[in-house]
Design a protein around this ligand. Sequence first.
Ligand code: PLP
Length: 367
Amino acid sequence: MVFNKTLDNLNNYEAGKPIELVVREYGVNASDVIKVASNENPYGCSKRAVEAVRAETLKMNLYPDDSMYELKEALAQKYGVKSHNIIIGSGSDQIIEFSLFAKANPSNKILMAKTTFAMYEIYGKRTGTNILKTTSEGHDLQEFIDIYKANENVAVVFLCLPNNPLGECLGKQEVFEFLEQISPDTLAVIDGAYQEFAAYKDEDKKIDPKELIETFPNTIYLGTFSKAYGLGGMRTGYGVGDVKVISALSKLRSPFNITTLSLKAAIEALKDEEFIKMTVSKNFEQMRRYEEFAYELDLEFIQSYTNFITYKFGAAKNSSDICEKLMRQGIIIRDLKSYGMNAARITIGTKEQNDKILRHLKAVYQG
Ligand SMILES: *Cc1c(COP(=O)(O)O)cnc(C)c1O
């Protein structure tokens, strides 16, 4: 059977290895596996969300409220915008997909950083658009603007603030100055998957979605419940944008694109700000140990505004080898070889998890 040609160029997203695989292939007990490869919340999620979902399970026969009234209202209130400024996706991944489908095509281009969230490129390729990338590590806005100006018809620009998988974060001021220089017909996607972490660490990195979309109606802000909120398994994310952007993207949304239980979980999770505060403050408290560890072992790392840290290994070490050896101990971290880097990304775990991770990493690194 012949399939569409565009499929030939597509790669699958390389997800963090599942716990089951490590159990199967390395014979580690499931309860001993530590998965710090997908930036999930090591503290679980809000108890309120768990209880609400439990109470909702008998409604699994019912489709969810397709208008998503309550969740949109709650998000609108959180950000001081209107319900019509919000779109809900099956993860913010889906909003990335909609944004590209709405704007990108074979006769235009999209622009992103060299090393950034893989889904921008994966969904971009599906549209047949042309992909432009900066050459520097991290987000170099001067390079962004140079490439932008050298190319006509850049339809979508992606800024990941803070950036996955490196952890660095541009400041609000420089982002706004950049946005002033691009055409109102270019859609700028501001991916705030880790904004809860960045805003806590440094006020200057905080992007206020309302201010963003009112100043630049050609932007869309993406948020997710998968990271700080700890609801990765519920697949819920959102976009905040001008009503024109949201109306366009909403045409691409299939009915009931998140589940009855996901909706409930997200609504309750939003009410539990204590959980977010606890998550974020513990995250940076534990992150310090990873920084100290790096100084101690003379390891290079990137200042992180997220819930993970990226270590870069010298020429004498191979990231794949280190990841493989840790996996045998039941510790799953994320090798960045597929990004062309001799580096690994580690989600900051709980204190107990980090005790074990750092102990094994030291042995593996020095071994
Ligand atoms: C995790 C992540 C997302 C979205 O995750 P969903 O689970 O699909 O909401 C988006 N962008 C970045 C940079 C991420 O790391």
